[in-house]
Design a protein around this ligand. Structure first.
Ligand SMILES: Cc1cc2nc3c(=O)[nH]c(=O)nc-3n(C[C@H](O)[C@H](O)[C@H](O)COP(=O)(O)OP(=O)(O)OC[C@H]3O[C@@H](n4cnc5c(N)ncnc54)[C@H](O)[C@@H]3O)c2cc1C
Length: 600
């Protein structure tokens, strides 16, 4: 049986010691966010994840969702767990108090998402999709739409979906065929088929609110002709000042998918048959509306990668401490036992330390970006808001792609640590490989994230977004060079950082002449960017740990020494990948493009 304990010690280290998350209380609206309040929320969140969601993870996977006569049922225990989760206010942790939310920072929401995804990624899909629908309506809905839907989404009584994908279009949303025809009363009749719709139909809530991309009859071709609509499963009717589910709308579930992973998350074909819907935002501007909420959604998927990496690492570690096989190369370490625990072997240690360094590095990166998201939303100074928003926009594709790649990688390493037992269902770790795989695909495949980074974010305003990252890292390197204790970390970071800048210039120059050159370099560039980002995070963590040790460590010397050691591992064993990626980038894209498709 797998295990999961929310890593509160590590979470607190990053939030309080490294990033000083309590400074969020300086932002208007977050005045109440003290260290104590953060800790209290973390502890309660950890409890529900460990005690309610985690025990349903394996059973939910084994049972999966079922579909019968248009009705979708989630696995046993999910409804009760959802009721408890929603009753605790967790659906609205970061939602506006005006609509019943707790009004907590996005940073804290990141932490909650991480713990939910470690405990039960499938379960997390339901409130996760509701949050996407909440954001779309909160940012772009009319006041009437907000009053109708938001309180019910925040309380968790209703849930939400995002209906983009159709059989002929996934990445290329310009190919959407779903039609929206205006009615006389200001509503629209929406007809079409959406596929792969997460939480499209289920038995957890009294209503499901679909956010649907469709085209009006006068729509221009391509992505410029897409509009966003809100289409409820049951039309809301007002009762005593609140909205309840009314008449059934023309939305139905045609079938559910049988999937590799996240089997307790219902992935539905949604048929819209003259369903009544209302325009959200301006007509033909649906893609713009989607883009403004994409940062939060992609950050959420990045947290899935981190969540799975964490739980997989925890299980790999527990197993490596217990499983006895062979003796250590330099002589027995547990002579009283028939063999040594496998944690003595260098290769097992390589896998475990990779899991530890990547997971802890990604945690720092996620919360760092989460705090920038909070500044982007709440800072009193518009210039600060803009700078933070640009930093978030730059980092989101890096975070989404790297963390989901690594979620899969660490899950895979855990199977390797378990040996053949990892391949056996009962142990529960092969589920992490299957569950994590989807995060590399949805919310824009990781290849598309890389294109977003080199095509949009790198080039925006003549490289202005990049400067929001390069400048603080450059400044840190400069000051860190003067600190002899930090040399072993800052010197390799400085080298990788300088190569990242060279790679940026190379791609910018070559990409101007030939866009295939930028496309060919994009995935290597994103990985290099992520490694430098993690290097920066590991420098910040190592420096904090050194300061704590110098101040006496308060009985936690082993914890801080372990941080410094893991930083050392990252710089010696993981960061060198940036050199290989740099070589691949500078080799150019000719070999990718020269072979005729027929000759592959
Ligand atoms: C379990 C699950 C849940 C999902 N949930 C939802 C949901 O809730 N709502 C929703 O709307 N959708 C959802 N999706 C759909 C998901 O977002 C899409 O599958 C995804 O965007 C990719 O689209 P596609 O599958 O059509 O692949 P395609 O777009 O056909 O892409 C195939 C391959 O080509 C590559 N590619 C395409 N274009 C380019 C390019 N220009 N340059 C380089 N490479 C390119 C892609 O990276 C990919 O590797 C879900 C899918 C699954 C499997």
């Amino acid at each position: 049986m797998p295990v999961y304990t929310a890593p509160l010690d590590n979470i607190r280290f990053v939030l309080h010691d490294v990033l000083k998350a309590e400074t969020l209380s300086a932002l208007p609206g977050y005045e109440e966010v003290s260290k104590d309040l953060i800790d209290q929320i973390l502890e309660e969140g950890a409890k529900i994840c460990e005690e309610v969601l985690f025990p349903l993870n394996q059973t939910g996977d084994a049972e999966g969702c079922t579909f019968e006569n248009g009705v979708v049922r989630t696995p046993q225990g999910f409804k009760d767990a959802y009721t408890l989760f929603a009753g605790g206010g967790w659906c609205g942790l970061a939602a506006d108090p005006q609509y019943g939310g707790m009004g907590m920072p996005a940073t804290l929401n990141c932490v909650l998402q991480e713990m939910i995804c470690s405990a039960n990624m499938s379960f997390g899909m339901y409130p996760g999709l509701s949050e996407g629908a909440y954001n779309a309506l909160f940012l772009h809905g009319t006041q009437e739409q907000k009053d109708t839907y938001l309180p019910n989404l925040v309380s968790g009584e209703w849930s939400g979906t995002m209906c983009l994908t159709e059989p002929q279009c996934g990445t290329d949303l310009g190919l959407i065929k779903t039609k929206a025809v205006p009615n006389d009363d200001g509503s629209f009749s929406i007809t079409g088929t959406k596929i792969f719709i997460s939480a499209g139909e289920h038995d957890l809530t009294g209503n499901i609110i679909h956010l649907v991309l469709a085209k009006l009859p006068d729509a221009p071709e391509g992505v410029k002709g897409i509009s966003l609509f809100v289409v409820p499963k049951f039309l809301p009717k007002e009762e005593g000042g609140a909205f309840k589910p009314g008449a059934r709308n023309g939305v139905s579930c045609g079938s559910i998918e049988h999937k590799m992973g996240i089997r307790a998350s219902a992935t539905c074909v949604i048929n819209l048959d003259q369903a009544k819907g209302w325009l959200v935002g301006e007509k033909h501007k649906g893609m713009r509306a989607m883009f403004t909420m994409m940062n939060a959604a992609r950050l959420g998927v990045g947290m899935q990668g981190l969540g799975i990496a964490e739980v997989a690492y925890q299980n790999g570690l527990a197993y490596a401490r217990e499983r006895l096989q062979m003796r250590a190369l330099d002589g027995p370490k547990a002579p009283d036992k028939p063999a040594d625990p496998i944690i003595v072997h260098p290769d097992v240690r390589r896998m475990l330390l990779t899991g530890k360094a990547v997971t802890e590095g990604c945690r720092a990166l996620s919360y760092w970006v989460g705090m920038a998201l909070d500044r982007a939303e709440k800072h009193a100074d518009p210039a600060e808001r803009e700078a933070a928003e640009e930093l978030v926009s730059l980092m989101i594709p890096v975070l989404k792609a790297y963390q989901t790649d690594m979620g899969f990688e660490i899950a895979n390493l855990t199977v390797q640590i378990y040996g053949g037992h990892g391949y056996i269902r009962e142990h529960g770790v092969e589920q992490y490989v299957r569950d994590s795989r989807i995060a590399m695909l949805y919310e824009g495949t990781n290849g598309i994230q890389a294109l977003d980074l080199v095509g949009r974010k790198m080039t925006a305003h003549m490289g202005r977004y990049l400067r929001h990252f390069f400048h603080p890292v450059g400044d840190f390197i400069e000051s860190g060079m003067a600190d002899p204790q930090m040399q072993e970390f800052v010197v390799p970071l400085a080298k990788a950082y300088s190569k990242l800048q060279q790679a940026t210039a190379t791609i910018a120059q070559k990409g101007l002449k030939d866009p295939n050159e930028a496309g060919a370099a994009s995935v290597d560039y994103l990985r290099m960017f992520a490694l430098v980002s993690l290097g920066y995070m590991w420098c910040l963590m190592a420096k904090t740990a050194q300061e704590k040790l110098a101040a006496g460590a308060d009985g936690r010397a082993a914890f801080y020494e372990s941080k410094i050691h893991t930083a050392r591992f990252f710089f010696e064993k993981l960061l060198p990948e940036a050199d290989a990626r740099f070589k691949a980038i500078t080799a150019g894209g000719k070999t990718l493009m020269a072979l005729e498709a027929a000759n592959f």
